[in-house]
Every structure is written in C-alpha cells, then in structure tokens.
Design a protein around this ligand. Structure first.
Ligand SMILES: Cc1cc2nc3c(=O)[nH]c(=O)nc-3n(C[C@H](O)[C@H](O)[C@H](O)COP(=O)(O)OP(=O)(O)OC[C@H]3O[C@@H](n4cnc5c(N)ncnc54)[C@H](O)[C@@H]3O)c2cc1C
Length: 395
C-alpha cells in the first residue's frame, strides 16, 4: 500500500507547481493547470482535481497558493457547485459525467444551482411535484422550482424530479443535471428581505434533457439527493475559517476600533459570542477531520444549526452596538449578486441576510429533528405517508 500523502509532500508539489506556472499569468490557464496537477481539492481522485490526499490537508495547499498571490476561483466560489454538486457527481456520477463536469465547476467557468425546493415541497423535499417523463432517448421535464440561488448565473442545475407518481414519495424520484440553457427553462428574480435578488423562481416547461444528464439510476434520486443535502449542511455551516474569521471578526473589529460604542452589558455579550464562535470554529475543524474518514453525517446538521443561531445573534449584537448607524441599510436596489457574501456590506444587510441562515439548507426545526433522531436516538416523528403512493397523498 502506498504511504499516505503528508503536508510536506503537498507543499513540495505546490512549490514545484508554482515554479512552473506563473501566478500572475493567465488566470484561467493557471486554475485549469492547478486542477490537472491534482491540487484543486486534494482529497479527490487522480485525474479529477486531486491526488487522494487526506481532506484535512486542503487548507495547507490553499494557504500556500494564497501566500504566493495565486488566483482562486473567486468570485465564483459558489458553494452549490463546489460544496454540493461536486461531491454528488463524484459519488454517484459516471466516469464520463465526472470528467465532463468537475473541472469547469472547480475553475468557476461553469456555475451550478440547486433545483430542489418547490412551492409545495421544501422541508418535505421528497414530495416534489416537478415531473420528468420519458421522451424517446431522453426526458421531458415540467414543473416549478423556487428559492433557486444564483440560477441567473448558472450553466447547470442539480434537479430532483418525480419519475413515478405511483410509488411512495421517496421511491419515485430521479436526479438530473438540468441544462439551464435548454429551451423551456425560465429564471425569474425573487427579491429578498435584504433588497437584493440572490435567488429566483425557475419555471420548467417541456424542458428536454438527454438521458446522459441523469445522475444515478431511475427511481434512485432520493439516495443521490441525500448526498447533496449532507454536503450542503457542511458547505453552509462548516467552512474552514481562521480565528476571528467570518461574522465574529467583523464584530470584534468594530468593538476594538470604536471604544465609544462599548457598554458593560454588550462587553459580556461580545465576549460570550466570541467564545461560542471559537468553539464552533474548532468543532468545524473536528468535523473536517471526521470527513477525512468518510461521508458527512448528522454532525454536519448540528454544525449548520449552531452556525445559523450564532450568525443571527452576532449580527443582532452588531446592530445594537452601532445604534442608529446600525439601522442604515446600504441599498434596496434588487442587485443580482455575483456571489453571496454573508459578511460583506453593512450591518443591516448582515442582520437581514442572517435570517436566511436558519431556513436555507434545511430549517433549524428540521435539523433539530435530525439531531434528535440520529444523534440523540430519540423516537422518530410519527409518519402518515409511509407506503402510500405519492399521487394519493393529500396536497
Ligand atoms: C437564502 C435562501 C437560499 C435558498 N436557496 C435555495 C436553493 O438554491 N435551492 C433550493 O432548492 N432551495 C433553496 N432554498 C430553499 C430552502 O431550502 C427552503 O426554504 C427550506 O428547505 C424550507 O422549506 P420551505 O420554505 O418550503 O418551508 P416549509 O417546509 O413550508 O416549512 C415552514 C416551517 O415549518 C417548519 N416545519 C416543516 N416541517 C416540519 C417538521 N416535520 N417538524 C418541525 N417543523 C417543521 C419548518 O422548519 C419551517 O419553520 C433557499 C432558502 C433561502 C432562505
């Protein structure tokens, strides 16, 4: 058996790569070459952007590239593609699908969106009504999706659709890659509480998808979607951050730089949140170490749950600290952002946007159910729909 790749091995590879590729040269060429050298996501297999290294070593590589001033895939570091579509394609896709999708996804040449939620199917995702019907050698898709982040930029969408209404809801689903440029795909902006239109409604009317766009077997869509959902929670709640990274960093800086704003009561509050943010960050480190050994489990749900509560509390304290200044919003102009920046812009934006953290990627109520059942071993919620065909369920 080959010896495991170490941090030193990786740094040697990065330094060799940097000697051969000018970080100040063509950005896209540099990123493509980095992928081909297996230094994109190091835990992926050879030929698919990685070298099968332990996942925890990714930050070693990223830091070395950043220190050399190398370009990264900003502003298209959109977590749907990188954090959710990629691990799903890797696990359930065919060799041809992996080879086709992963490289332009990682370089940011192709943005992905997630066509899961529907007006009648959010928390109850297995209830989706969007239909995919066999049409010769492909499929015809009709339905409506909602809250589709970044669909206005997306080249591809991961799509959960119903292919058999006559079986129980979890069994009649199939997972597709939706061609967002196909005729019949209509993307309409939805304005959020922040004012900007980061997400969309997507109408799918007679969209024809080739069978090569199917991921996994017909009727196995729920198993594929579970991979996406598990990774979604890690992507939202388990980002690798330095100490005082993210929203706590913004609050801590304001606290240090604006002594005139401080009050004794807020002093205690800021300290308490700082300690919780640090504990959460370290829990994230542990989670990523566990991930090195396999798939994300329910711990990802717990992280996402804690992350959502914390961002809402931190942004609330920041607004309180800033007083009237904290209530001044910097724009309601329905911007179509190029990337979702949870900590950018002003304090009011952060406070409003953090509300979405406890809804997107599974609501806090649903995540508490997962933690209760799968971590604490409490009895499962009573279900009335087990065994019934989807078409017979009340809607
Ligand atoms: C900023 C943002 C971005 C998003 N981006 C995307 C995206 O890109 N793609 C996509 O597909 N979706 C996206 N979503 C949608 C998101 O995944 C759903 O909003 C979420 O799953 C909740 O579904 P719902 O809105 O239908 O609420 P519902 O399922 O109707 O839930 C309403 C309330 O009832 C509670 N509830 C429901 N069932 C239970 C239960 N069994 N036990 C306890 N409480 C329950 C919920 O927790 C919630 O509080 C996004 C949402 C937001 C806010």
């Amino acid at each position: 058996m080959a010896a495991p790749v170490t941090a030193d091995d990786l740094l040697t590879r990065v330094d060799g790569f940097l000697a051969a590729h000018d970080p100040a040269g063509d950005r896209l060429e540099f990123l493509r070459a980095r992928f081909d050298a297996g230094l994109a996501w190091v835990h992926y297999p050879v030929g698919l952007g990685g070298i099968g290294a332990p996942r925890v070593l990714q930050s070693v590589v990223d830091q070395r590239f950043a220190a050399a001033g190398a370009p990264d895939n900003r502003p298209r570091r959109i977590s749907i593609g990188l954090g959710m579509a990629a691990p799903t394609v890797l696990r359930h896709g065919t060799a041809a699908q992996r080879a086709r999708y992963l490289r332009p996804l990682w370089t940011g040449e192709e943005v992905w969106c997630q066509l899961f939620s529907e007006p009648g199917a959010g928390s109850d995702l297995a209830g989706v009504a969007t239909r995919a019907v066999r049409d010769g050698d492909g499929w015809l898709v009709d339905g409506q999706k909602v809250w589709t982040s970044m669909a206005h930029q997306a080249r591809w969408g991961i799509l959960l659709a119903r292919t058999d209404p006559a079986v129980p809801k979890h069994q009649g689903l199939t997972y597709f890659v939706c061609d967002m440029h196909a005729p019949g795909v209509e993307v309409r902006p939805l304005r959020q509480a922040t004012g900007e239109a980061e997400f969309n409604e997507v109408f799918l009317s007679g969209v024809r998808l080739a069978d090569e766009l199917r991921i996994g077997a017909v009727g196995e869509g729920w198993a594929v979607a579970r991979t996406t959902l598990m990774n979604e929670r890690v992507a939202i709640g388990g980002n690798a951050l330095p100490r005082e990274g993210g929203m706590i960093g913004v609050l801590a800086r304001t606290w240090r730089e604006r002594p005139e704003l401080r009050t004794p009561a807020l002093h205690d509050e800021v300290l308490r949140l700082w300690v919780r943010a640090e504990a959460l960050r370290l829990t994230g480190v542990r989670l990523r170490q566990q991930l090195a050994a396999g798939e994300p489990g329910p711990e990802g749900s717990a992280m996402k749950l804690a992350f959502a509560a914390l961002t809402q509390q931190i942004s609330g304290v920041e607004v309180e600290l800033l007083g009237a200044e904290g209530l001044r919003h910097d724009g309601w102009d329905a911007t179509r952002p190029e990337e979702v920046d949870l900590i950018g812009r002003g304090a009011t934006y952060r406070w409003l946007r953090a509300k979405g953290n406890s809804i997107e990627g599974g609501t806090s109520e649903i995540l508490r159910n997962i933690v209760a059942e799968r971590v604490l071993g409490l009895p499962a919620e009573p279900r009335t729909d087990t065994g019934a065909a989807w078409k017979d369920l009340p809607r």
